[in-house]
Every structure is written in structure tokens, then in C-alpha cells.
Design a protein around this ligand. Structure first.
Ligand code: FEO
Length: 404
């Protein structure tokens, strides 16, 4: 995709990855984009690189605008491979540029490239550099979401280049929020934001709150937020900031998600009357079979719902592997303010439901107990118990939701 004007003198020069479906294990059904930005001023500046596979695409875009040897400044906001793996190749077209990054970025990047010939200036929060009519202001954002991370603000353009923050894994020809909403919908865009937050940023809610508060304290006037993935926020940057504040607070919808897997359909047969019980309590319920659903989608739906019921058959006295894998993933994401319960079928000794609650305790989340176990497959009587279990869980979830 050709370069796109973000505003006078500022260009998106990145690449759209229409095909990626496995982003380091995170399933990306919408693809993604790797965004970087060229700023034309007395001293032209490139902010960020792209994934290595797309180095030629961004170099072509840059060359379509300027002779790259004229670029005087190169900012590396974040060194994860999807952005920085092409940094060496891109640096090769502007070897005399000064390169800006945090101390931790330098330590990390030198594990990948020989930086001995690079003119590196290590920066920290508050450092600025004049590039002509404009200035670059750097703000470190450690652990948002890597230790090296920072963002770059251009006050004269009221533009924040926010690297991963506020991004979405979306491949589209729409480069801006308003364009995307016109072609698709606000709901599709919101869903992509939540998907990205849940899968990447969920563990960092407290840091996100603190960083947004710091930006507010600094009184930065932000008109455009330009992330390194997905669409650029120009129509309504306030909306994405508010969404992040809400998600960082752990806000959830008053709904239930049933996430399960099954061996011979017994646990699946439990999930149906449980869902009916939830719905008859007047609560929206989504049902997800793990082996039929990308894990990233299950994580997103878990995050959106205040309450989740986890269904697992017992295999060899413990959790079914796909359910255990899901819980391991969730443990790393450190969710807050959610309530959980568990159910499942067993053949002889049982164990999955018990182990699920042990995992819930490790997560430190609210639980609804006891769970529900059924021998082999639910009888008519068991189906009634499942229905009641769903209704009672929905009531408990609603009470818990009201406490926020
Ligand atoms: Fe998009 Fe943390 O890289």
C-alpha cells in the first residue's frame, strides 16, 4: 500500500499484512499492519520500522517521498520483532541518521544487530529534539508492553506516535478510524481494540492507568494518535483513550461466557442447559468451544464478560489439555475483577472441576462454588441441575457486577 498523508508533512509509510493469521501464536483473523511514519521538516525523521518481511515495502514508500539519505533522525520506539526486525535494513538507507531509543532498547537491539556504526542517542522521558519547525518529545513507557518501550509526541502536530498502545490487528485499506467505520462499523473497530487489549495488554492495567494520568498531567494536547498497528485515531482520539481507561480499570459487561471443551460431548451437553439458565435469568450468554475457536477469541470473550463458566471433562484425573492451556494463558494475562465457576463430566475419579477451582484461586479471582460434575453424560435430572447452575451463576455474577 502506498504512503498516506496523516497531516501536512507527516506520512504513514508502513505496510499492510493481509495474510498473517498467526502472530506469535496470537490468531489474527483480520491480519494486521506495521505502521511507521515519515516526518518532513528541515531535518526529516522516520519514526519506527516494520517487520522484516515488509522492509522493502516501507523503503519503497519512503523513497517515493524523499531521498532516504536526507533522513536525519530515526526513532525506534519499540524493539519487538514485528517492528524492529527491519530496523537494520532500513537504517542501511540512512546510515548517517541519529537513532533514538531508550537504554533498554539499546541493550535489547544489540542482541540482534551490530550497532557499532550506528549513531545512537539514548533518550528518557522528557528529552526533546528539534527537527526544524517541529520537536520530538520522548516518553518512556516501560512494560507497555516491553521494558524498552517509549512513545513519541510531536507538539506542533498534536500527534502521538504510540507504538503498540491503542493499536489493533487489522489489515485494511482504511488508514484512519473514520474511514474504517465508514467501510465497516464502529462495533468492528471496538471489537478489534478489545481483542488487542485482552490478548496483549491485559496484564498492564495499572501501568496503563498511570501512564495515561502522566500524559494528562503533562497536559499534552493530542489530536491524532498514530499506533504501530491498525488504524490511526484522528476522528475521535478521546474515545480510544476512554476505552483504555475503562479496560485498565478492569471494566466488564454484565454478561456470562461459557468456555468449554469436550471429549464425547458430555461436557458439551452440560453447556447447553447451563446457557439456557443464564439466558432465562436475563443475562447475555456466549458459548465457546475451545477446540473450535481461536484462543485469542476465547480470551477476548473471557475479558468482555464479568462472569465465565469453564467446562472441562476429566482426563487422567486432571483438566482436559485445551482447558488447562487456556487457563495457563489466562494466568499470564493476570485478569482482575472477574468471577468464575466450573463444570464438567467425568468417568470415574473426577478431578477436572477441582483442579479448575485450584487454578481460579491462583488467579485470585472471585469464584462461584461449588462447581458441577456429572457422571459420563447428563441425565434429564442432571440437565435440570445444569439449568439451575446457570441461573444461580448468572444471579451471582449480576450481584458481583453491581459491586463495581
Ligand atoms: Fe507490535 Fe510489541 O509489538
Amino acid at each position: 500500500m502506498k504512503a498516506v498523508v496523516v497531516k501536512d508533512g507527516v506520512y504513514w509509510v508502513g505496510a499492510v499484512d493481509w495474510a498473517v493469521r498467526d502472530f506469535h501464536g496470537y490468531e489474527t483473523p483480520r491480519g494486521t499492519s506495521y505502521n511507521n511514519y515519515l516526518v518532513l521538516d528541515d531535518e526529516p525523521t522516520l519514526i519506527d520500522a516494520v517487520n522484516y518481511e515488509f522492509a522493502d515495502a516501507t523503503i519503497r514508500n519512503i523513497k517515493g517521498i524523499i531521498d532516504p539519505s536526507r533522513i536525519r533522525h530515526f526513532v525506534v520506539n519499540h524493539i519487538e520483532n514485528d517492528h524492529a526486525s527491519a530496523a537494520e535494513k532500513i537504517h542501511g538507507i540512512m546510515p548517517d541518521a541519529t537513532v533514538y531509543m531508550t537504554e533498554r532498547a539499546k541493550k535489547g537491539l544489540e542482541r540482534f544487530f551490530d550497532l557499532s556504526t550506528w549513531h545512537i542517542r539514548v533518550v528518557k522521558t522528557g528529552d526533546t529534539v528539534a527537527i526544524g519547525k517541529r520537536h520530538l518529545l520522548f516518553l518512556e513507557t516501560p512494560m507497555l508492553h516491553w521494558p524498552d518501550s517509549m512513545v513519541t509526541y510531536i507538539p506542533e502536530d498534536r500527534l502521538l506516535v504510540s507504538q503498540d498502545a491503542f493499536g489493533q490487528h487489522i489489515a485494511s485499506s482504511a488508514r484512519f478510524d473514520d474511514e474504517f467505520i465508514e467501510c465497516y462499523s464502529q462495533a468492528e473497530l471496538d471489537d478489534a481494540v478489545v481483542d488487542y487489549y485482552a490478548n496483549i495488554l491485559m496484564p498492564f492495567g495499572q501501568l496503563i492507568k498511570a501512564k495515561i494520568a502522566e500524559i494528562q498531567r503533562l497536559n499534552l494536547d493530542i489530536q491524532i494518535i498514530a499506533p504501530d498497528h491498525g488504524v490511526i485515531w484522528r476522528a475521535n482520539p478521546g474515545k480510544i483513550l476512554q476505552m483504555y481507561m475503562d479496560m485498565a480499570e478492569g471494566k466488564a459487561e454484565e454478561r456470562v461466557c461459557i468456555i468449554y471443551d469436550t471429549m464425547w460431548h458430555g461436557t458439551e451437553l452440560m453447556a447447553q442447559p447451563i446457557a439456557e439458565g443464564v439466558r432465562d435469568e436475563g443475562v447475555e450468554c456466549r458459548v465457546i468451544k475451545l477446540r473450535a475457536t481461536p484462543q485469542s477469541v476465547a480470551i477476548k470473550e473471557f475479558w468482555k464478560a464479568r462472569g465465565t463458566l469453564l467446562g472441562s471433562p476429566t482426563l487422567n484425573n486432571i483438566l482436559f489439555p485445551s482447558v488447562a492451556q487456556f487457563l495457563t494463558h489466562i494466568r499470564g494475562l493476570r485478569p482482575k475483577n472477574r468471577i468464575l465457576g466450573a463444570f464438567g463430566c467425568f468417568g470415574w475419579g473426577g478431578g477436572a472441576v477441582k483442579e479448575a477451582y485450584e487454578e481460579f484461586k491462583r488467579l485470585g479471582l472471585e469464584t462461584y462454588e461449588p462447581g458441577l460434575q456429572v457422571l459420563y453424560r447428563p441425565s434429564r435430572e442432571d440437565e435440570g441441575k445444569c439449568y439451575d447452575f446457570g441461573r444461580e451463576f448468572a444471579k451471582k455474577m449480576r450481584e458481583y457486577h453491581a459491586s463495581f
